[in-house]
Design a binder for this molecule. Structure first.
Ligand SMILES: [Zn+2]
Length: 593
């Protein structure tokens, strides 16, 4: 274990029971933001009042802010391509002041702003900041945010926010390079978004003044949508462009939310809008789908979202944590608290996958605040694997995009030079290596873990992990300890392979023989990682059987296993089912008599 993480366990802020330790702390910031967005110029101008609470036992003589829009600043280091026309001044801090302490220095380093205080923020104390800022929204680049059909915008990573100060690293000084995603403290948000006439707004919060912004027609339709399971088409091909949706009196859209890690919003005057709601164990969850008139599949996304919310809640053992979801049809696939931004997929099964995946992020990293800079495999791996049940149920068989596709991807990337252990800090990886490790290899690991523990125990561990770390920041070690504790098994042999080691899933069929009613198959583990064994056994009479043995057989570290199966028929050949077994080498998967 790295020494700064070991120190946290020794200091009792974390515990080998898997629970937060007695000394665990978390700081938090509450944001009150008034922002005006001009969709023609793309200028965002804001005024933020921030109250920051120091719950640590250290006095802080500086406060670190993250200025994400500096990604678009001239001369800045980034890992993603930016359209040349979007490169400019980044986030301009017009003024920053504190009522509680003098500000001695303000230093910008890349995407960080370090504010030196004349009077330290003492342990247990609070400090308030008032900050005026503006920035030019990227009008061409599609990254975390973007512009669509000229006048529709998804606005994200957009306001100055205070970095995490935690028990492992102190201040999180990670520079946002366009690739790694969330690591934010929890806080409450009061955001007033001012937009021009005829624009509609959705956000990471509940709208506080619907009667001031929506027309009576919309209010009536929403009354139905938010109180029944009916999917109400509020804006469609019939009425788009009729300007019947907003009152245009104040155009100040006021949103509130609490205990969330980030706030995003979208505005549009040319997208469709479906609204509905669903009862989730006694709690009504509102769902809006906001999508391009040209989208082929998004008309179904309100319904797919409702189904995903129910099914994923069941898998997690903990209900969907928010009161609403806005599924927005922008580009790629990206999660935000209470919102997802998904592009159009190649086919409907892609839409099923991306909808379920992004909704599953509501648990990781939003309910459970994992650090995506360092352990992207925690949230991305889990939410690539866990929604498998949704895909299995809601995909169309003919063009089935199931987890098998993911296993196929693994067989290609597994054991290549880029196949590095997941515990390599995510901020050190980029491009296809980052994607492969955080999504693909990680999902294979969780899949194998469920195979070892069985679904019941796996879900019991997962649920405990979610409950113990809701609204907190677990490390990967906290997850390992939780699973060890709740399963009652020391799984270190397993974590040591998929998470910590070079190697891969690669098993082969070395030999087979038959004695009476027994089939004996010798399996060799070439890759060194535990994987479930799925075999297709072909008989002389042309029929075949499928056999499965749990990956737990690899616990003793031996490379060869003789497996016994019952069969009366004569076996002619055996094939490793590599649609179910993660396997990086297909050369040793088939053996004939
Ligand atoms: Zn994801």
């Amino acid at each position: 274990m790295p020494k700064e993480i070991r120190a946290a366990y020794q200091a009792n802020s974390r515990s080998e029971s898997g629970n937060p330790g007695e000394e665990y702390f978390q700081n938090n910031a509450d944001y009150d933001i008034i922002v005006e967005f001009n969709p023609v110029s793309g200028i965002l101008k804001g005024n933020s009042t921030i109250i920051y609470k120091n719950n640590s036992n250290a006095d802080l003589n500086k406060i670190v802010f993250k200025l994400y829009p500096n990604l678009y600043k001239k001369g800045i280091i980034r890992k993603e391509d930016i359209d040349a026309s979007d490169i400019g001044d980044g986030m301009e801090i017009i003024s920053i002041m504190s009522v509680d302490s003098g500000i001695e220095t303000v230093n910008e380093i890349g995407k960080l702003m370090i504010v030196g205080l004349s009077k330290p923020l003492t342990a247990g104390g609070s400090i308030g900041f008032i900050c005026e800022w503006k920035y030019q929204f990227p009008m061409k680049t599609l990254l975390r945010e973007g512009r669509y059909l000229d006048s529709t915008f998804f606005v994200a990573y957009w306001y100055p926010r205070i970095a995490v100060y935690d028990d492992i690293d102190g201040w999180d000084l990670n520079q946002y390079n366009g690739e790694q995603e969330f690591y934010n403290d929890y806080g409450s948000y009061k955001v007033n978004i001012k937009v021009p006439d005829n624009y509609l707004v959705w956000a990471s919060g509940e709208l506080q003044n619907p009667e001031e912004v929506y027309s009576d027609t919309v209010l009536n339709l929403l009354e139905t949508a938010y109180n029944s399971n009916q999917i109400v088409k509020i804006i469609d091909a019939e009425n788009l462009g009729s300007n019947k949706f907003t009152l245009n009196e104040s155009n100040n859209w006021k949103f509130n939310s609490s205990n969330i890690t980030d706030f995003a919003f979208c505005i549009t005057n040319n997208f469709f809008w479906d609204a509905t709601s669903t009862d989730l164990n006694g709690k009504r969850v509102k769902v809006d789908a906001v999508y391009s008139p040209y989208s082929v599949d998004f008309h179904e996304v309100a319904e797919l979202s409702v189904k995903s919310i129910h099914r994923i809640s069941k898998v997690m053992g903990v209900d969907y944590p928010f009161s609403r979801l806005t599924a927005f049809n922008g580009h790629y696939g990206m999660e935000f608290p209470m919102m997802i931004n998904n592009g159009d997929e190649e086919n409907r099964n892609g839409t099923v996958f991306i909808t379920a995946h992004e909704i599953a992020h509501s648990w990781f990293p939003f309910l459970v605040g994992t650090n995506e800079h360092r352990y992207a495999f925690m949230d991305e791996g889990l939410v690539t694997y866990l929604p498998k049940v949704v895909e299995d149920e809601l995909s169309i068989d003919g063009e089935y995009r199931s987890f098998a596709d993911n296993i196929k991807t693994y067989s290609y990337y597994g054991n290549r030079v880029n196949d590095v252990p997941m515990m390599v800090p995510s901020e050190q990886l980029f491009g296809s290596t980052y994607m492969y490790v955080a999504y693909n290899r990680a999902s294979m690991a969780y899949y194998t873990l469920e195979d070892i523990l069985g679904t019941k125990t796996f879900r019991k561990c997962l649920k405990s992990f979610i409950i113990n770390w809701s609204y907190k920041h677990p490390t990967a070690y906290d997850m390992f300890y939780t699973f060890n504790k709740v399963s009652g098994k020391n799984l270190n042999w397993f974590w040591n392979t998929w998470f910590f080691s070079f190697g891969s899933g690669d098993i082969g069929i070395a030999d087979f023989s038959q004695k009476k009613d027994k089939l004996i198959v010798d399996i060799i583990n070439e890759g060194g990682f535990p994987v479930p064994v799925y075999l297709i056994v072909n008989y002389e009479d042309g029929t075949s059987d499928a056999f499965h043995t749990s990956a737990s057989i690899w616990e003793d570290g031996q490379k060869e296993k003789s497996l016994n199966f019952n069969t009366k028929k004569e076996v002619v050949s055996i094939l490793l089912d590599d649609t179910k077994t993660p396997d990086s080498n297909k050369g040793n998967n088939f053996l004939a008599e």
